[in-house]
Design a binder for this molecule. Structure first.
Ligand code: AHR
Length: 668
């Protein structure tokens, strides 16, 4: 060996030593990184991925989630909402005991100008027939939403506004009655003012009954006006006044949604400009809210208004996601949605300043200090603390016209400048592709809109063919909010195809920042849109397989996604799986989906997770492809919970047509 060679060899052994040292260091730090449970193939995903879409469609609000039992409580129904309706719909004029008098609907001197109609009762004679055994008087009866469902021992809070139109106080009885007139609860009220005054009473039922009516009977002579006649179960979700039906609200709370989008849907942009959902009409005392027709063919009392939406979000730990109209109406305005065409109306430009201020006022109402004009209104309603509004949607699958673009930009520019802390969500039409989709995305890119709302309703085959839809989305552009999606059906095959699709959403949780199934609720005999997540009548609810899938994903969200944990035959398109970790709890969560009709094995490799506790929880939903739940048989398909022993490496046999969630705790 020459000296030069020796020198070279010395240098190279030095280099090798350095390399070894470096390698050792890298290995140590990799091992440390692995014990911290992070590795190359993990990525941060949205912490707000799965949430809820709420729209007052299918009687989801009035007659549904909103617990009010009186239908048309303020006499504001009209043919505008439904051709055959009037201000006295769902009411009856009653004169038991051969009494007589008259009833009129009047508008000259209402409780509030937003709520112009009220009834005037003129009691001329209260019958005293000996042969008549029941109560006598002149009054009104409300049949509720397909009858009122009353439970034994439960208390119901009655309230109404009344104004004496004659000098003498008038005695009224308020009762809950069966269709045959049997009284289940009764209280007396004595009027005491010639001005509008609110009267209340508590009614406790002696029995269960499903088709009860509320009867208000004047039992002494005189004339009086009545309005805003309300009956609420005392038990509402979290016992909120003007609150929500407990069972329906609890079903949503059980999903642990990260956000709730409201009030729609097409309800947002409305059937013509006059029907746009204006949030300011929906806050304050209920007698001051402005009611209007519901674009889905019925009526909105706005009793479930912005305050109640925000309160509910807070009650279930979800972020509020209000969607404001983009100052254009639904492109299907005028009922053209079946035949297509465009009926989009745009707000005149000279009204835009005021309209934009409405958006700014919403942010102040939600987040502003109690000393601000709108923050003070929130505080007056009972919520001095801010609601921490973070997201605002502008527009709902609008047709991307020049009028839309111009108005969206005007709203967006001001909101962005004044409230950079708010994430604005744009829109991209009603389909997963096509003209509005392309234009919507191009527009979003051009204006740097942080998130774009996509909507699509497709069949299970489409879902399965598009499991990788978001794999190729450009990460440098706007994020996606998949605001409405479903697979046209409530059978297991639909739900499981949605589960496979949701695995793709999780895998792409770095670009898909939010997703919500739609629509949420559908009331029996009042359903305009099928497929829905939860069906209900006045007493019961039916959680569809789709609900179970949504809940299993939503209640088991993570904010870090791990690749290379679940292994399956790559050519097998009937299997889908994901692995996420919730960094708050440290829990590692597997979602394993088999859409096929044979059991299949997936291999799980958890060796990189050093801190997994083997005693884990498992929840599995499986059933025949055609199986579904109904109100009559709601338990046909339900998930089953069990314990599970997790090991470093295990094989999991996924049942045909199944979703399994395995949740593993980690040592801290
Ligand atoms: O979810 C039902 C309807 O579907 C929504 O109102 C609308 O946005 C979509 O077309």
């Amino acid at each position: 060996m020459t000296t030069q060679m020796k020198k070279k060899s010395k240098r190279s052994s030095f280099n090798i030593n350095l390399l070894v040292a470096l390698l050792t260091l890298t290995m140590i730090s990799t091992a440390q990184a692995q014990t911290k449970e992070s590795w190359n193939t993990s990525k941060k995903i949205s912490p707000d991925l799965f949430g809820l879409f709420f729209e007052d469609i299918n009687y989801a609000a009035d007659g549904g989630l909103y617990a009010e039992l009186v239908q048309n409580r303020s006499f504001e129904y009209s043919p505008t909402s439904k051709r055959e309706w009037s201000s006295f719909s769902f009411w009856e004029y009653v004169t038991p005991g051969f009494s007589y008098g008259s009833l009129n609907v009047e508008t000259t001197s209402p409780v509030h100008f937003n709520n112009p109609h009220y009834v005037v009762l003129n009691v001329e004679h209260v019958g005293k027939e000996e042969k008549h055994s029941g109560p006598s008087g002149v009054g009104v009866k409300n049949t509720g939403f397909d009858g009122m469902s009353i439970r034994e021992g439960n208390k119901y809070n009655f309230s109404m506004f009344a104004r004496q139109l004659t000098n003498q106080p008038i005695t009224l009885t308020v009762s809950l009655q069966t269709p045959k007139g049997k009284i289940l609860a009764e209280e007396k009220i004595l009027t005491s003012s010639n001005e509008w005054k609110k009267y209340s009473a508590g009614l406790t039922s002696t029995t269960n009954h499903d088709t009860v009516s509320l009867v208000i009977l004047a039992t002494t002579q005189g004339k009086l006006a009545l309005d805003v006649i309300s009956l609420f179960p005392e038990r509402t979700f979290k016992n909120r006044t003007n609150g929500l039906r407990t069972d329906l609200a609890q079903a949503l709370a059980d999903m642990k949604p990260k956000f709730i989008r409201f009030p729609g849907g097409c309800l947002v942009h409305g059937d013509g400009l006059g029907n746009m959902y204006r949030w300011k009409n929906t806050i304050g005392p209920i007698e001051q809210r402005l009611e209007q027709k519901n674009l889905w063919g019925y009526h909105q009392t706005a009793g479930l208004g912005y305050y109640e939406y925000f309160q509910f979000c807070e009650d279930v730990g979800a972020k509020p996601l209000p969607v404001l109209p983009a100052a254009v109406s639904c492109q299907n305005s005028g009922g053209t949605w079946r035949i297509g065409g465009t009926g989009q109306q745009a707000l005149p430009l000279d009204e835009m300043d005021e309209y934009i201020q409405e958006a700014l006022d919403l942010i102040e109402w939600a987040n502003g200090p109690v000393t601000s004009v709108w923050g003070a209104k929130r505080a007056a309603a009972g919520h001095p603390a801010p609601f921490n509004l973070q997201y605002v949607g502008i527009g709902n699958e609008d047709k991307i016209t020049l009028e839309f673009e111009e108005r969206f930009k005007m709203i967006y520019t001001v909101v962005k400048a004044k409230h950079p802390e708010i994430t604005v969500i744009g829109t991209s039409g009603p389909f997963p592709d096509g003209d509005d989709f392309e234009k919507g995305w191009k527009y979003a890119e051009h204006h740097n809109i942080p998130v774009v709302d996509e909507h699509y309703y497709k069949d299970p085959n489409w879902m399965m063919k598009n499991l990788n839809r978001y794999d190729t989305y450009d990460r440098s552009k706007s994020k996606v909010y998949l605001g409405e999606y479903a697979s046209w059906g409530n059978k297991m095959k639909n739900a499981i195809s949605e589960a496979a699709y949701m695995v793709g959403l999780e895998r792409n949780g770095d670009v898909v920042s939010m997703a919500s199934y739609a629509p949420l609720f559908a009331k029996k005999n009042h359903t305009q849109w099928k497929t829905d997540m939860i069906f209900f009548d006045n007493n019961n609810l039916c959680l569809t397989p789709n609900y179970h899938v949504q809940r299993m994903f939503s209640a088991n969200q993570g904010d870090v996604y791990f690749d290379k944990v679940v292994f399956k035959d790559p050519s097998d398109s009937t299997l889908a799986a994901s692995c996420v970790q919730d960094s708050k709890t440290g829990d590692v969560i597997l979602k394993l989906v088999n859409v096929g009709n044979q059991a299949k094995v997936m291999k799980i490799d958890l060796t990189n997770f050093k801190k997994i506790i083997s005693a884990a929880e498992k929840e599995m939903l499986t059933g025949a492809a055609e199986a579904e739940n109904t109100l009559e048989n709601p338990q046909q398909v339900v998930p089953v919970k069990s314990t599970f022993k997790a090991t470093k490496n295990f094989e999991y046999e996924a049942q045909p047509m199944s979703l399994t969630v395995i949740r593993m705790k980690t040592k801290s």
